[in-house]
Design a protein around this ligand. Sequence first.
Ligand code: AMP
Ligand code: ZN
Length: 432
Amino acid sequence: MYFHDAETLERNKLEDLQVERLKETIGLAANSPYYSELFKKNNISADSIKTIDDVKKLPFTTKEDLRSQYPYGLLTRSLDDFVRLHASSGTTGTPTAVFYTQKDLDTWADLMARSMYAVGLRKSDVLQNMSGYGLFTGGLGIHYGSERLGCLTVPAGAGNTKRQIKLIRDYSVTALHIIPSFALYFAAKVRDEGFDPADMPWNVALIGAEPHTEHTRRKIEEMLCIKAYNSYGLSEMNGPGVAFECKEQDGMHVWEDSFIAEIIDPETGEHVEDGQIGELVMTTLTREGMPIIRYRTRDLTRFIPGQCKCGRTSRRIDRIMGRADDMLILKGVNIYPMQIEKIIMGIPEVGENYLIELVKEGLMDQIKIKVEIKEEHFVEDMRALQGIQKKIASMLRDEILITPRVELVQHNSIPKTEGKAVRVVDLRGDED
Ligand code: AMP
Ligand code: ZN
């Protein structure tokens, strides 16, 4: 039933293990230029940790700290001991690099294999990895995990839909790893190519790497006739395989024998009440080459209270609601792109893609949302189209409290990126 004993450890045993590993991690981290100085300054050593609560005594590590140490400041040993590096996509600034020893890569592959096992994949599965390879961890991270589980692994990479479909059919692919924004586009393409998704060999999709709503997941499931499971990770914590849904699809289990997860108020840095939304903070517990302590992920989520029906004892996080730095402030109102996606993807006439544009109208900031409409609704009947447009605008107003400009556009007309989708573009500087 489970890939590893650690998944069902009693909470107190799990916490003992976390304490032991946190102490080890502090000892290792002290060998890096960055943490050795920080620990000295703050008088921190492995002895500072007696219980898991003591993690609060440790200072946070931010993206800026990683940047300031670029590229080698967090390494605990000589470069000769490292065999791989990855770099973050840099969606919010200059990239940061993460280095792995062979042991770190093995640990990561195990965590990834465990994640895939949790959604029912076994060695008899054939997995097609449809995310970009290269510096992005979704390529090699998923790849090695899939091989570790024993699956036949098809390293298709991103893009080229026709070839993707051919590979899937030729090798009877049962599992896809695909970015959610691409999954919707891909589903439409499969139909355009004359195939019925119900006749395709796949059963399971691993989707992650970018925020998406429950509606989007359901839509992917319906359009592809597949079960889609949410996969969370970030390069600073290896990459994918940090938190993963199980078959219950009720939150993502954090692999707590390998990571400490905390949720804090981003303003005060204090822990929020259980179940409240805040910023996820993560600590590596099983990484030797480049341990990272109390990393401020900027991702907003909450712990899901209670036990999961699957029997795993690790805590679950809710789907990521957005990033603390994604928040748009418009006319004094705070808006998260995921609030907009939640509404849009629930509207039956809406197709696969949307784009939020921030524009200036006169002196005012305005939010304009381009929404792709399904082909069958993109008719010449102006009144019908205006009806859809009004409906979208008013449903959005109820959610975000301001009325956006809604522009309906044709299926496939918003440009697709190969990696993570660009959901918001700020055009305010371009228009006077
Ligand atoms: P990178 O390290 O560049 O691959 O980016 C990691 C970031 O991608 C995370 O901090 C999240 O903001 C986002 N991300 C990864 N997985 C998910 C997911 N399942 N849901 C929402 N956002 C995700
Ligand atoms: Zn579960």
